[in-house]
Design a protein around this ligand. Structure first.
Ligand SMILES: CC(C)(COP(=O)(O)OP(=O)(O)OC[C@H]1O[C@@H](n2cnc3c(N)ncnc32)[C@H](O)[C@@H]1OP(=O)(O)O)[C@@H](O)C(=O)NCCC(=O)NCCS
Length: 154
């Protein structure tokens, strides 16, 4: 496995119109297009109140993930995606670390997410635990609701 040099990788909150366009495109290509979903299906009604992060390597946006608050104690992570040719280089892990730090700074005590079955073990490695079976997206993608406490080991 190739590991990118951590000091070359920048992970920050998306701010400009161009950054948002790039991250929506990345979401759509990785999470929607393979299931024939139209452009626009990569967004939801909470974009304006969410925190979207991007991973940048050599001036290129190669990963993204989003955090929103479900309430004062719980955050939710959605739309995690890393460009195919950059997967398995710790980009996803670093995005998750940054987003969890942000959640802690917001005073949140836990984060939940709907993990695709194919990503379940990725999240397990980061300390997430399955709390229940979730929905099935596009009639075929099974999800598991997973949770991680940000204040202790449970
Ligand atoms: C899932 C995804 C975000 C992982 O990102 P990534 O940058 O490839 O993952 P990392 O390189 O940071 O992996 C961190 C660790 O998890 C492991 N891992 C990565 N993807 C995995 C997977 N699908 N299943 C099991 N383990 C996985 C890595 O081997 C690595 O293990 P290590 O720390 O022991 O070396 C990425 O594969 C992706 O974008 N997939 C398509 C979109 C998607 O499914 N998003 C999640 C929707 S819920």
């Amino acid at each position: 496995m190739v590991n990118i040099m951590e000091d070359k990788l920048i992970i920050q909150k998306a701010a400009s119109k161009e950054e948002f366009e790039a991250l929506y495109d990345l979401r759509w290509r990785l999470l929607r297009k393979p299931w024939n979903q139209p452009k626009g299906s990569e967004k939801d009604e909470r974009e304006d109140e969410s925190y979207s992060f991007i991973a940048i390597l050599d001036n290129k946006i190669i990963g993204t993930a989003r955090l929103h608050k479900n309430n004062e104690k719980e955050g939710q992570i959605r739309y995690l995606a890393v460009e195919k040719e950059y997967q398995k280089m710790d980009i996803g892990k670093n995005l998750m670390k940054k987003i969890e730090m942000h959640a802690i700074n917001l005073g949140l005590e836990s984060v939940i997410l709907n993990a695709r079955k194919t990503a379940e073990n990725f999240f397990k490695k980061l300390g997430y635990k399955v709390i229940r079976k979730g929905h099935t997206l596009f009639n075929e993608i099974e999800h598991y609701v997973m949770r991680k406490s940000l204040i202790n080991a449970n």
